[in-house]
Design a binder for this molecule. Structure first.
Ligand code: ADP
Length: 178
């Protein structure tokens, strides 16, 4: 089975995905790396300062890979597009825009890119996209949780990722209005 670890850039996806893979012996892949390997980084969006990935073709590749796998085998797929790919479960990691802002500025993102990502986070954009897919969606707020605490909020100690499949309530509309 494949778990998408998704969320706005900077929320802590890679940190969580790495920790989950380490803790439970799961395989770890990231969307950007897979796109590179399969020649599916198709363009560069200069306005967005981001690479464009052919998500449909990457979905076909992942579909084919999953067919040859033991269903008990777990793979975590890290990336803000991972919920758009063929997965069995989606983990949406969230972070308060007031905290996320510092992380994105720390990465040297341009002002408009910071703003755009913070608005996306406050408006639940990725959550809404994920809910439009077929896989169950779990949402957790990582703002005041250590990576360990966040992992425990997604998965039970035995490593059963299907134990908690609910959406933690999150409301950052005050940030949007402020
Ligand atoms: P993403 O993969 O979503 O872009 P990262 O995992 O790279 O995010 O994390 C972004 C930054 O936030 C890093 O500096 C990381 O160390 C920090 N970070 C990640 N998870 C947490 C957490 N639970 N609490 C505090 N800081 C975190």
């Amino acid at each position: 089975m494949r778990i998408a670890v998704t969320g706005t850039p900077g929320v802590g996806k890679s940190t969580l995905a790495r920790l989950a893979a380490e803790r439970f012996g799961w395989d770890l892949a990231d969307v950007r790396g897979l796109a590179d390997v399969h020649g599916l980084v198709v363009a560069r969006d200069e306005d967005d300062d981001a690479d464009v990935i052919d998500v449909d073709r990457l979905a076909d590749v992942l579909e084919a890979l999953a067919r040859d796998r033991d269903p008990a085998h777990v793979e975590v797929l890290d990336g803000h597009l991972s919920h758009l790919l063929p997965v069995d479960l989606v983990w949406v990691v969230r972070c308060d825009p007031r905290v996320l802002e510092g992380r994105l500025r720390g990465r040297g993102y341009a002002e408009d890119k910071v703003r755009e990502n913070l608005e996306a986070e406050a408006m639940d954009l990725i959550l809404q996209e994920a809910l439009g897919g077929d896989a169950p969606v779990v949402q957790r707020d990582g703002t005041r949780r250590s990576p360990e605490e966040l992992l425990s909020a997604f998965v039970d100690p035995e490593g059963n990722p299907f134990k908690n499949t609910d959406l933690e309530p999150i409301d950052w509309s005050d940030w949007l209005l402020g």
